[in-house]
Write a protein that binds this ligand. Structure first.
Ligand code: AKG
Ligand code: FE2
Length: 319
């Protein structure tokens, strides 16, 4: 049973069902044992320390590189991105002239307030919109400099532009689910871009694979004001497998709905991607072949998220 036309999964829940329709039930091997998931307990990384050049900078760069090489994800604080959109006395705030956050449209004029929150964006063209993005959104650039720098590559502006020039933002609402043990918000998958930066509310539900151990799941507990950063497939390929694209999954809950906002930072579509020559030279072998990013995207989006590694598209199989 598909969601009632136009009303989404929220519409299904609102219609009062007590069990989820068959189409939403995950096969047993895809369900995860949340009770026994590992609790992620590494402290978040203080991104503000990347701005200097002293030992603090090197320590933070090291923390990022280590996380990218092992788990493929980490949390950051002091990132400078204003996250708190506390409603002002007018009932809305505007972080930029193009974006409005609020509840009712004109609260001071309305007899009763609407039972909703919204984010409204006006949009004319990229250049105009980008002028209003906080400068701190340049994290993709910093992360690229740190991770590629560690591989002996200093990306120039044009390399940065092609590797992280495309952004995709998703605003996701996961409604309360009557059968959280049978369903997933998002099945297991890898993010295909270069990095993903995720803002989530306080509910939690994101689990990453525990690389290097038994493929257990690690629950990433939401930390107030922190952002979660995942390595994506492209960074794994550029690094010839040194950095790990984090396989992850989103669980559902019978008690709380959840909101998350990932920004997928990816290469421009026509970019040719291959392991960086400097790394291949060091490693003596390329683990991935060259391809055009849009072909990778098309291949992955043409297939269901069925647990198959998106990276297989580019992997060179041993002869
Ligand atoms: O909601 C989340 O925490 C993550 C969503 C996600 O993994 C995705 O959309 O690719
Ligand atoms: Fe994802």
């Amino acid at each position: 049973m598909a969601p009632k036309q136009g009303n989404g999964v929220k519409g299904l829940v609102d219609s009062g069902l007590s069990t989820v329709p068959e189409a939403y039930v995950q096969p047993p091997e895809e369900r995860i044992d949340k009770e026994n998931a590992i609790k992620y307990d590494l402290p978040p990384i203080d991104l503000s320390k990347l701005d200097g050049h002293g030992p603090d900078h090197d320590e933070v760069a090291n923390q990022i590189v280590t996380a990218a090489e092992t788990l493929g994800f980490f949390q950051v604080v002091n990132h400078g991105v204003p996250l708190q959109l506390a409603p002002s006395k007018e009932g809305h705030v505007s972080p930029s002239p193009l974006v409005k956050y609020g509840t009712s449209y004109i609260p001071e004029k309305e007899k009763a307030l609407g039972w909703k929150d919204y984010i409204l964006m006006q949009y004319t063209n990229d250049d105009e919109a980008l002028q209003h993005w906080p400068q701190e959104i340049k994290h993709g650039e910093k992360l690229l400099q740190v991770t590629l720098g560690n591989l002996g590559v200093k990306p120039d502006d044009s390399m940065i532009d092609v590797l992280i020039g495309k952004k995709m933002l998703s605003m996701i609402f996961y409604p309360i689910c009557p059968n959280p043990d049978l369903t997933l918000g998002v099945g297991r998958h890898f993010d295909i871009g270069t990095f993903t930066v995720l803002l989530e509310d306080e509910v939690g539900g994101l689990y990453d694979t525990d690389y290097g151990r038994k493929g257990d799941w690690i629950h990433i507990p939401p930390i107030p004001n922190a952002l979660v950063i995942n390595v994506g497939d492209m960074l794994q390929i550029l690094s010839n497998g040194k950095y790990k694209s984090a396989e992850h999954i989103v669980c559902t809950s019978s008690t709380n709905s959840r909101v998350s906002i990932p920004i997928f930072i990816m290469p421009r579509e026509t970019t040719k991607i291959a392991p960086l020559p400097q790394v291949v030279e060091k490693d003596g072998i390329a683990v991935y072949r060259e391809f055009v990013y849009v072909d990778y995207m098309n291949k992955v989006f043409a297939n269901a998220l069925d647990g198959k590694k998106s990276l297989d598209f580019a992997k060179i199989s041993p002869a």
